[in-house]
Design a binder for this molecule. Structure first.
Ligand code: HEM
Ligand SMILES: *[C@@H]1O[C@H](CO)[C@@H](O)[C@H](O)[C@H]1NC(C)=O
Length: 523
């Protein structure tokens, strides 16, 4: 017995010594460049479950809450993060625009750490969770779907959806109060994806019957799938199958249902005689799969088509909805900016009505307000990369000192988006909401990466911008947005209010905690 304990202790001792040696080697491998030294590597989705504990983990959503502060502490805009246990020992947080430009440009040297995307493959092989040849195949079929015609469809359909909200939900009320703005923006973004993504129009006022062979209608299935994605990704499959609670059963059934809806839609499209021109992503994906594939290339399987459609839903729904929510919050916090925005939209739409998609390029202030929101509240705060070969990167700091960083093969990079977006080297008064900073010709383009950049940049940027501009323009034209007055917050200062309203929690993307708003009719 004693021998067993002694043996166990010896093995543990050896293991610890090995880890200490590895840790010290890792520190040496990066030339002891300043940064975090911790017990655990919690990069990736698991980070959400850890508190910030000095010397143990950087903690959950520290990137969002700390913004540029860690870089100021360590004196460089690229800092190291050396960890003793789990994953790679050498990691880098990057908030330097030039370094990020290099990282996003060279796709082969800085690859995607696919192990961090494993969960997203649940839905089938797809463009977000793939690399190299597989990714190229998906990108080639997917990219043409995000066409100008699709953007025009997004524009027209978002208009209809907002009109439906005005006519059939908000009606004649002089004042509408919502306890959390996402109660408006999540359904809005879902309906836009429903029609411009999947080719099925769904509206606030719809109440479709459940068709035979399904347990819920398309709208509910889409809604529950979108809400349940996070659960589906983090809970084990057997638990969801078992369905111990109503919520889990609904999530389980909605995924089965959406899958069969999509398969039915694919079959229907294949067998329909008359080919109408349709520009939703679903139709475009199907068409590209017939037309863009050259001799000898493999077509996408139905499961891959569905995998990619699912990914559009996951990549596009929450991100856009949360951005719009933060936008409304910021406009409510900064009434002067809102007034200026209102004047701008009125000058473009004097009769109070939006025209067609061609109008988008005139609504520059709307795009600036959207960009400024994405700068302050980037929904994707960390974009991971792997170092595929030993490499170096040269950086300068605020004092003008230069250093050449060694990045050993196998290290992980975390593109630190809040660190970049609040970096005072690129943005004056980075904490201010000031859309006008985007209305000059020389704003720092490389220091703005909400959609990533380079060959792996977001495909849905224009989709999302179009939807956001229409929603913003129509709502700001008709309503004045303010923070809902609540007795318990009566004594707070502007800064306290701003902190309260912009408070977020980690989820699939940065999730606003509670944004209570009042919309007051202007006319
Ligand atoms: C505010 C809204 C959005 C933000 C902030 C955003 C952000 C991003 C980011 C940061 C990436 C790179 C992810 C990575 O490297 O792992 C990305 C990729 C992607 N996004 Fe978006 N996105 C938005 C909206 C959308 C929408 C609406 C769609 C589709 C309807 C979409 C589709 C995609 C796709 C397909 C990719 C993968 C591109 C590739 O790897 O080739 N996104 N997005
Ligand atoms: C907003 O940002 C995008 C990049 O995401 C850029 O192409 C566009 O010019 C910007 N527009 C304005 C008005 O700031």
């Amino acid at each position: 017995m004693h021998r067993l304990v002694a043996f166990g202790a010896a093995v543990t001792g050896l293991y610890v010594i090995q880890k200490v040696v590895e840790f010290r080697k890792a520190v040496k491998a990066v030339n002891d460049h300043p940064g975090l030294r911790t017990l655990l590597n919690t990069l990736g989705p698991i980070e959400n479950f850890f508190p910030r504990l000095w010397g143990v983990t950087p903690g959950s959503y520290h990137m969002f809450t700390r913004k540029h502060r860690d870089f100021e502490i360590y004196g460089w805009d690229v800092i190291t993060y050396v960890a003793a246990f789990w994953g790679s020992h050498t990691n880098f947080y990057v908030a330097d625009a030039d370094a990020l430009n290099e990282i996003t440009t060279y796709r082969a040297r800085f690859t995607k750490p696919l192990e961090q995307y494993e969960l997203l493959k649940y839905f089938g092989g797809n463009i977000v969770a793939s690399e190299a040849e597989e990714w190229k195949r998906y990108r080639k079929i997917s990219a043409p779907a995000f066409s100008e015609r699709n953007n025009a469809l997004v524009w027209d359909e978002t208009k209809l959806i907002i009109q439906d909200l005005f006519n059939n939900v908000w009606g004649d009320q002089k004042e509408i109060t919502v306890d959390h703005a996402v109660d408006v923006t999540l359904p809005l973004a879902l309906f836009v994806i429903g029609v411009a993504g999947f080719g099925r129009r769904v509206m606030w006022s719809d109440d479709e019957k459940v068709p035979p062979g399904h347990t819920m209608n398309f709208k509910d299935a889409l809604h529950i799938v979108a809400q349940g994605v996070f659960l589906k990704l983090v809970l084990p499959e057997w638990l969801i199958k078992l369905g111990p609670t109503k919520r889990l059963r609904d999530v389980r059934d909605s995924f089965i249902d959406i899958q069969s809806y999509l398969l039915e839609m694919i079959q229907e499209r294949r067998h329909s005689e008359a080919k109408e021109e349709r520009y939703d992503l679903f139709s475009a994906l199907l068409d590209a799969n017939e037309l863009e594939v050259e001799e000898g290339e493999k077509k996408l399987l139905d499961s891959e088509l569905i995998g990619n459609l699912f990914i559009f839903l996951i990549a596009g729904h929450e991100t856009t909805a949360h951005t719009l929510c933060f936008l409304f919050a910021l406009l409510a916090l900064y009434p002067d900016v809102q007034e200026e925005l209102h004047q701008h939209i009125k000058s473009i739409c004097p009769d109070g009505e939006l025209a067609g998609y061609e109008q988008m390029s005139s609504l520059t202030y709307c795009l600036a307000a959207l960009n400024e929101t994405l700068r302050l509240c980037p929904p994707v705060h960390s974009i991971p990369k792997s170092v595929a070969e030993d490499t170096t990167i040269t950086i300068t700091n605020a004092q003008g000192e230069r250093t050449t960083l060694i990045m050993p093969k196998g290290s992980t990079i975390s593109m630190h988006i809040p660190g970049l977006h609040y970096n005072p080297r690129y943005w004056k008064n980075p904490y201010d909401f000031n859309p006008k900073r985007f209305l000059v010709s020389d704003w720092p383009r490389d220091a703005f990466l909400p959609f990533s950049a380079g060959p792996r940049a977001c495909l849905g940027r224009r989709f999302s911008e179009t939807e956001s501009v229409v929603a913003m323009a129509m709502i700001v034209l008709r309503y004045r947005i303010t923070i809902k007055e609540e007795k318990r917050f009566a004594g707070e200062t502007f800064e306290q209010r701003k902190t309260r309203v912009l408070q977020s929690q980690p989820g699939l993307t940065m999730t606003p905690l509670r944004v209570p708003l009042t919309f007051t009719r202007r006319y």
